[in-house]
Design a protein around this ligand. Structure first.
Ligand code: NOJ
Length: 752
């Protein structure tokens, strides 16, 4: 058997890479290189160390110290320094008063919007709409760059299988294919068509690598990831970001198989530089260099600096171990001059590519473009397409606009800061349009009866219950806004139990008993275990933390201006005990099947040991998740038919066309996301039960039918088996369908 060699990971990534403004091969011919060499030849060692250092303005104690460091060429980058006037002044010092006039690179966390806040990235991934996501990041870049920010620490593309991990909010979910498509879209949005466009910023693919696998979902924790999982899952979106031209990468906090990510030569040198030929620069995460001392991987900060430099971290964020130790380390021959020169080269090249040397200043008039109405409209569309309809009994939604009155209830109904979500330094709650406001605007205030019932998501007091119930009883429907406050997800904000906090479940149960139609909208930073409310409520929409325009977007969906169209980017579990539980798991030797599961309460007392059948399930959860990856309903219905494959077998260097028809069989126009899944039945290592290999968002008017067409080559079937990356001949299953547990099934053979 002769395995096929891999060129690219996926269909979507390949297409996006082709339109990239800065692909790998273009990087190699970069005209900035000659200028970099010239500058490098003029630099002192102190100036080189300066370029390798990034600080928060607070670190140097005073503004005067900061200005002096910049003037002396001892600082190449700042984070958390912004405002057009302030940035222009510090930049003026760098450009006009430092010896070589090297401009500063100003970075900031602009993760899902700057002032116009979009849904959390996990929500954006639920749109399965890379084009829309690219647009959102373009707007974020336009707004942030107008304030002097030329580098954002985004996209955050850590795959995770653990919804307890608070940072699941910031990433694109569990699936490498979807996350890769999102990663590329985000990089293209941030960096724009031209890097030197004043409205473009440098992207930073983070956190490289493995951070999303923090054990137990506890932030900053150790990770153990086998090389096949690393290459087939974790690294896929990073490769996509690199192929899309991401100028920078951030090394993560976690230790990976015993070696901290910020001192990891395998991921940073072997994979990123030698295999992927990345020629941007790597910045550490905040203090992740010096934290190698706590990890027990470095004796002291000097040793940590040596390890980070040897591994390939070009710039240190927030701490000063480079600043303090590089000269000593050079004298002791623990690091080489060549390593320092290469790091500085990479950093300067990025500054040249961003046009900072020609145009270091920020146009103060550009600031007018903040919160532009067109930006807000984009945020509304993004929030609308991110929301996922999970249940709609008896087509209770959409509500008729001529409804008599509605009760608006729940702790998230009017929580302007919470709806912005985590990692939102610059968004302003005053700009948020809450669901309460949007529904009142839509129906008229007189038709809206507001009684939150609970003051905030963790509220356990039942004081407000009575009023909420009475208010429900005099209304024609209840819309309950459940979820989590923003502070319960994000960095350092992991949870052990991922149920609805506070007394929300109790209040929802009481509202359910009133028999008034009950619609629950969930606004949260993670996929919560919502089994109980999913049974009780008549309709459920999962709206994540939807950003500035979450309210109008939700109102649009509730009143049927548009049908919900998002699909889950992550498996929804029944309870924390199921974690990790993701759709592309490998089969066990004893897979459970319908009927092979004995629920805990049905086991007769003193039954014999063998009575439960020795299958792979949980006595309390069974063997299925609450909702599968890719799931999402619509107000209309879609029917899949006529799956066809261009051939029953595919030559190793050939291609296969897979088609199916999708028809809108319901009563409303709507979008469907058709998904292509594969299963490689037998491999040299065990293979997942399903893997996403393509998706298409299609708009169908009622009654309309269309054909979705996917093309596969052996590259799309390839995987890393512990030794090589290759497609292996044999039998494959293929599905085209609405989610990861349904679809039309076909099969084909990959020839030798
Ligand atoms: C730490 C976070 O892990 C990272 O995502 C962020 O970009 C930096 N701090 C800078 O704020």
């Amino acid at each position: 058997m002769k395995p096929a060699k891999i060129i690219s990971a996926s269909l979507t990534v390949l297409t996006l890479a082709m339109v990239s403004s800065c692909t790998g091969s273009e990087q190699a011919k970069d005209p900035a290189e000659a200028k970099v060499e010239k500058l490098l030849s003029l630099m002192t060692i102190d100036e080189k160390i300066g370029q390798m250092s990034q600080l928060d303005p607070g670190t140097l104690g005073s503004d005067e110290n900061l200005k002096k460091a910049v003037r002396d060429g001892r600082l190449g980058s700042l984070l958390n320094y912004f405002g057009t006037k302030e940035v222009n002044e510090i930049q003026r010092i760098a450009v006009e008063e430092s010896r070589l006039g090297i401009p500063l690179l100003i970075g900031r966390d602009v993760i899902h919007g700057y002032k116009t806040i979009f849904p959390i990235p996990l929500g954006m991934a639920a749109s399965w709409n890379p084009g829309l996501v690219k647009g959102a990041f373009r707007i974020a870049a336009e707004e942030a760059s107008s304030q002097g920010i030329k580098w954002t620490f985004a996209p955050m593309i850590d795959i995770t299988w653990d919804p307890r991990w608070g940072r699941i909010a910031e990433g694109c979910g569990e699936d490498p294919f979807l996350a890769s498509a999102m990663a590329a879209a985000m990089v293209h949005g941030i960096q724009g068509d031209s890097l030197s466009d004043p409205a473009s910023m440098a992207a930073c693919a983070k956190h490289y690598a493995g951070y999303g696998f923090s054990e137990g979902g506890r932030d900053y924790n150790t990770t153990y990831i086998t090389e096949p999982v690393l290459r087939n899952v974790v690294l896929k979106p990073f490769k996509a970001a690199r192929d899309a031209g991401a100028l920078t990468f951030m090394s993560a906090f976690n230790d990976l198989n015993g070696i901290p990510a910020s001192g990891n030569e395998f991921t940073l040198r072997q994979i990123l530089r030698d295999e992927w030929h990345f020629d941007g620069f790597v910045v550490s995460d905040w203090a992740s260099v010096t934290e190698m001392v706590s990890h027990g991987y470095a004796v002291d900060e000097k040793d940590a600096a040596a390890k980070a430099i040897n591994a390939g971290v070009d710039m240190e964020m927030a701490t000063t171990s480079y600043f303090d130790n590089i000269k000593i380390l050079l004298a002791e021959k623990k690091i080489t001059q060549k390593q320092i020169d290469n790091a500085v080269r990479s950093i300067l090249k990025v500054k040249f590519r961003l046009g900072l040397f020609e145009n270091p200043y920020t146009d103060p008039d550009a600031a007018r473009k903040i919160l532009d109405p067109s930006f807000l409209e984009h945020a509304r569309t993004m929030a609308r397409q991110s929301a996922v309809l999970l249940k709609n009994d008896k087509n209770i939604l959409p509500l008729n606009r001529s409804i008599g009155s509605v009760a608006v209830s729940g702790p998230l109904a009017d929580a302007p800061r919470d709806q912005l979500g985590t990692w939102c330094f610059d968004g302003n709650a005053a700009n948020s349009v809450t669901p309460l406001k949007a529904i009142s605007d839509f129906l008229g205030k007189e038709k809206v009866n507001f009684a939150p019932g609970l003051g905030y998501s963790r509220d356990r007091s039942e004081k407000g219950f009575d009023q909420a119930l009475k208010t429900a009883e005099r209304s024609d429907a209840v819309i309950f806004f459940a979820g989590e406050e923003w502070i319960l997800s994000g960095e350092g904000q992991s949870r052990g139990e991922i149920n609805l906090p506070g007394a929300q479940d109790e209040l929802i149960s009481l509202l359910d008993k009133t028999r008034i139609p009950l619609i629950v909208v969930i606004m949260a930073g993670r996929p919560l275990a919502i089994g109980r409310l999913l049974e009780e409520a008549d309709a459920v929409i999962y709206a994540w933390h939807g950003g500035t325009m979450a309210g109008p977007a939700i109102a649009d969906l509730i009143f049927g201006i548009e049908s919900p169209s998002g699909k889950l980017p992550v498996t929804f579990i029944k309870g924390s005990g199921q974690i990790p539980f993701y759709y592309y798991r490998n089969n066990t030797g004893r897979p459970a099947t319908p009927g092979s599961w004995t629920p805990i309460d049905s086991i007769p007392v003193e039954n014999p040991q063998s009575s439960l059948g020795y299958k792979s399930f949980w006595l309390d959860y069974g063997y299925t998740p609450l909702l599968p990856f890719g799931f999402g309903l619509s107000y209309t219905t879609f029917e899949y038919s006529d799956l066809s494959l261009s051939d029953l077998s595919m030559p190793m260097n050939g291609k296969l066309i897979i088609k199916a028809s999708v028809q809108n069989t319901g009563k409303m126009d709507g979008d469907e996301i058709a998904q292509l899944y594969l299963r490689d039945r037998v491999g040299s290592i065990t293979r997942p039960v399903r893997e996403l290999k393509g998706f298409k968002r299609i708009h169908l008017e009622k009654g309309e039918k269309t054909e979705v067409v996917f093309e596969l080559t052996s590259e799309d079937l390839a995987f890393f088996n512990g030794k090589i990356t290759a497609a292996e001949p044999g039998e494959f299953d293929v599905w085209i369908g609405p989610d990861s547990s349904n679809g039309l099934h076909g099969e084909f053979i990959l020839e030798k």
